[in-house]
Design a protein around this ligand. Sequence first.
Ligand SMILES: Cc1cc2nc3c(=O)[nH]c(=O)nc-3n(C[C@H](O)[C@H](O)[C@H](O)COP(=O)(O)OP(=O)(O)OC[C@H]3O[C@@H](n4cnc5c(N)ncnc54)[C@H](O)[C@@H]3O)c2cc1C
Length: 745
Amino acid sequence: MGTSVTKAKLETLRTLPGDDVRQIMWRFADRYDLQMLVQSTRDVARGLVARLVAGNARASHDWTPEKNELLEAYDKAGITAAFMEPEQGGFIAGPKNLALALIAYELAWVDAGAATGSLAGCLALSPIHERGTPEQRDKYMALCAPAQTGEDRKPWRGAFCLTEPIPYVGVDTGMLAGKVRVAEWKEGEEPVLQVEKRGRFITNMGFANFVTAAVDTDDPRIKSSCIVILEEGDPGTFDRGTPARKLVHQLSSTNDPIFNLKVPASRIVGGYTVKDGVIVPNYDHGEVIEAVFKRTRVTVAIMTSAKLLSAVEPVIRYQRGRFRGAEQTTPGTLRYELGIQQRQDALHRLAGLWAMGEAGVSLALAAARLFDELDPKEREKDAIFAERGIGGGRAAMKAYKEITKDTLEFLELEAKPENKRDNARLEQLRNDPLVQFKLLESVGNVICPGAKLWNTGNGNVAMREAVSLMGGYGITEDCPGFLGYKWMDAQLEATYEGPEAVQRRNLTVTMTDEVFLAQFKQWIAEMRDIAGRKPGTGACTLASAMKLWLWTYNYLQEGKDADGKVLYHGSRQGVTFPLADALGWILAARYQILDTIELEAKGPENPVVAEGIEGTVQFFTDLCHMQSARAAGEVSRICADLVYGFKRHPAWDDPNFAGCFQSEDLDTLEGLIPGIASCAADVIETTGAHPPKEGPCAGCSGLQEFVYLRMKLDTCLTGAMLAKDRAAEAVAKVMIPEALDYPRQ
Ligand SMILES: Cc1cc2nc3c(=O)[nH]c(=O)nc-3n(C[C@H](O)[C@H](O)[C@H](O)COP(=O)(O)OP(=O)(O)OC[C@H]3O[C@@H](n4cnc5c(N)ncnc54)[C@H](O)[C@@H]3O)c2cc1C
């Protein structure tokens, strides 16, 4: 019996997605505190920040009195206090990663420099927050908290100082020139330290009252490097230096400072012990920085994606109004109502960059939420380690090995049918806080650098597209939505807190974590499952891309190049970095799909969202499909480069060369690669992996399997361009407000 395909007219997006839709997708529908914070931040962004940009405040490198007004506006809006605990003057109890990411989103919607300025204060406090002693935390959080009613004091501002003048610290955080020595150490008293540090490109330095600075030991009486807190009033030199002549982020202050100060040893972040007359910092600078950047990079990642979404409305308005001037163009005519939107390419490109923005925000906010979940679990793990006397070094490595083993066992048991597994053991592992910690940590270690890398690097390219859609206007100061500035600024987001090379280097290590890879395999099954229920999401395409990535990863781990050299190796960035890039595409598309599924599930429960939900979900589903297809294409290209690119091309007539076919007979796959059809179903579907080394898989060799997976991926693209057509149609029809709502007067 044949099946008939009918073409039903699908509902589509009626208005631009509002807060109610976003709160569901980004999972803060039940967080009234965050909803209020979003509103107050938006008022600052679309009010003062937008007025500063429109008033050309970006034309100056200096920290001007006008720009300085931002600080007070942040205090009043709750942006400054959002980082603090309620007892320190804040108002959000518990982890605050999602809160900070939402602040960054709202501010960067208008100007990412403003967002950076606000976040740099948190970055300065982060070493103290993550690794500081209780006394350090209480002191500096209280000093930085905005004054309460009736209090007469100015809150302190901070700066984080790692980067040094060339040729010292940049990407490589180990090359510290900043030094710490013992200046004075009287018997029975606290040592006094001499700290010398020069900084380069230090945000907030135009007004900071304190600095958390990375320095190395220059004294046998100090065991290691550390992060030290410097205050404006400390004896010695606290020179803010000259402002950097930036082309970007002009609403933040960036200087090259010079410090030469005497500070008490109690300023070492995290404290110290004295062993055999030597000061031993509890954390070296690398340990503190790792804990800090692990979280703060997520907020940078979201900025570029927020800007992409912010570009949608100005571009639509521009496109629609473009041809209204001509005499023959009257209201009601296609030319009047649609303008450039009569042209398919303009719509396709806008839908494409919209999809990129959605994927980036979904990924970054998923990372922020994950860190909110992880934070308490990490503290629990630290407490357990302390109780068991596990410090750093070997003991910690041994403990991690055990935790990894248990976590892998948990994942294996969980995947088995209930009647075929040890359920008691499963429950025991489920309730093991270390297992739960490891599950989250392994994913967090991937999606934080993944978001920073993918959102900023690829977002930057997409932002250029947004600018191009505005024509000449796009590259002027007058461009609605400030798109030209946003494009330039995106390059800084890709650079600071570690440029793309740093994120790729991180991923090269973290994506090899067995626990991450075991969960990645589950994600493939999850996407296949979603594809079964919602084929239009592109989940099937993405699952195929994930499988191809995993296959390639396994192949590269074992494979050698034409000269017999190992392929996957830390020093071979030409292998590991592209694979990290490919993973970025996968991660973003996956979280985008999950957010759309969430909207479909929860949207109908909200009366505001329920109205028109079918069309809204259809539109987001189409964006997912487009993005998954794009991601699959990128993954496929990168994997093919890596798998074939390191082989030496043999003679054209070599019949044993499977990697490059000369056959004219491409009619059937079986004709091309004998045995592959029978192999595919059994081996590839069940293992998704490179065949075991011990023997060939049923019917095909390694490369044939790769060819099969790529071909499968190609066929999975079915329908992706139809989704793009539908999304484009929606972009042409969606209602937008009469005028952009910023700058607000
Ligand atoms: C406006 C602004 C604000 C900033 N704010 C702060 C701040 O508040 N605090 C702070 O401490 N720093 C700050 N920075 C510094 C910023 O974090 C650094 O610029 C950034 O980490 C890169 O360091 P670098 O400029 O020295 O680049 P480099 O280290 O010279 O790297 C340049 C390029 O070389 C390549 N490269 C370098 N190393 C490797 C490698 N190992 N593998 C592969 N490729 C590599 C990469 O392509 C990289 O992008 C800021 C910078 C700017 C521009």
